[in-house]
Design a binder for this molecule. Structure first.
Ligand code: FE2
Ligand code: FE2
Length: 242
């Protein structure tokens, strides 16, 4: 549970306790709004630091469960660890996108749905991190870059309006499902522990996309979808190595 932050940053209502009444409120800038945005920004910076720098804890059990470790050969372990590092980096970006979009979402229901989906992404993040460590690998050195870049993209997308923002979620999740499908083929044969994680992630991402479409997602123009695909390709190629 996130801390609500310092008391002076909490929303205040001048009208509720002021004898100055409506005239005052019409003439003065709305301090509630400014403080609320400041509080939310501070919370987001705190959340971003914890996502990138601290160990994330999943709310659900790791889908790998007690399945046996079958990847023994050094090159296969390195390859599997690199693929799971890519997925971990993708989950860092997913967290940041959802939180950036939630920050600028207009409808409180849309904001709540984005934050709920982000909780699933925390599970994915923790599972991928566990698997990377099991394979004696490390997570991407560029995690802070993925977070900051994706957060900015999410916040800007949110400003374009809730239906466009939901369209961005739907398209992102569609592309992530395809990407995870390719990893199911690329992972070393018999790597059940990684596969179980990736399969559960795929189910969750498909649900996030379907939820966004049901909530009124607007389909994004083709050039934007292509740009998203190219950006994701650069990111996954880089995270495989760094
Ligand atoms: Fe995810
Ligand atoms: Fe997702």
């Amino acid at each position: 549970m996130q801390s609500p932050g310092p008391a002076f940053l909490q929303p205040r209502s001048v009208a509720a306790d002021s004898p100055r009444g409506d005239t005052y409120n019409r003439c003065m800038p709305d301090p509630t709004r400014r403080f609320s945005l400041a509080a939310r920004l501070i919370r987001e910076i705190d959340r971003g630091l914890r996502t990138v720098a601290a160990s994330n804890v999943a709310a659900r059990p790791n889908p790998a469960g007690n399945s046996a470790e079958t990847v023994g050969e050094a090159a296969s372990r390195r390859h599997a660890a690199s693929l799971m590092r890519v997925n971990h980096a993708g989950e860092i970006a997913a967290q940041a996108l959802y939180h950036g979009q939630a920050l600028t979402a207009r409808d409180p229901k849309v904001r709540a749905a984005l934050l709920e989906a982000a909780q699933d992404e925390t599970d994915h993040l923790a599972w991928c991190e566990d698997r990377v460590r099991e394979l004696d690998g490390r997570t991407s050195l560029l995690s802070p870059v993925w977070y900051v870049g994706a957060f900015a993209i999410g916040a800007i997308t949110g400003l374009a309006g809730d239906r466009t923002s939901l369209g961005f979620v739907a398209e992102t999740e569609k592309q992530v499902v395809e990407h995870l499908e390719s990893h199911l083929h690329e992972l070393p044969e018999g790597d059940d522990r990684s596969r179980r994680i990736v399969e559960q992630m795929q189910l969750d991402e498909a649900r996030h996309g379907a939820d966004a479409r049901h909530a009124g997602a607007r389909e994004l123009p083709r050039p934007i979808r292509d740009l998203m695909r190219r950006t994701a390709r650069i990111m996954t190629g880089t995270a495989y190595r760094i």
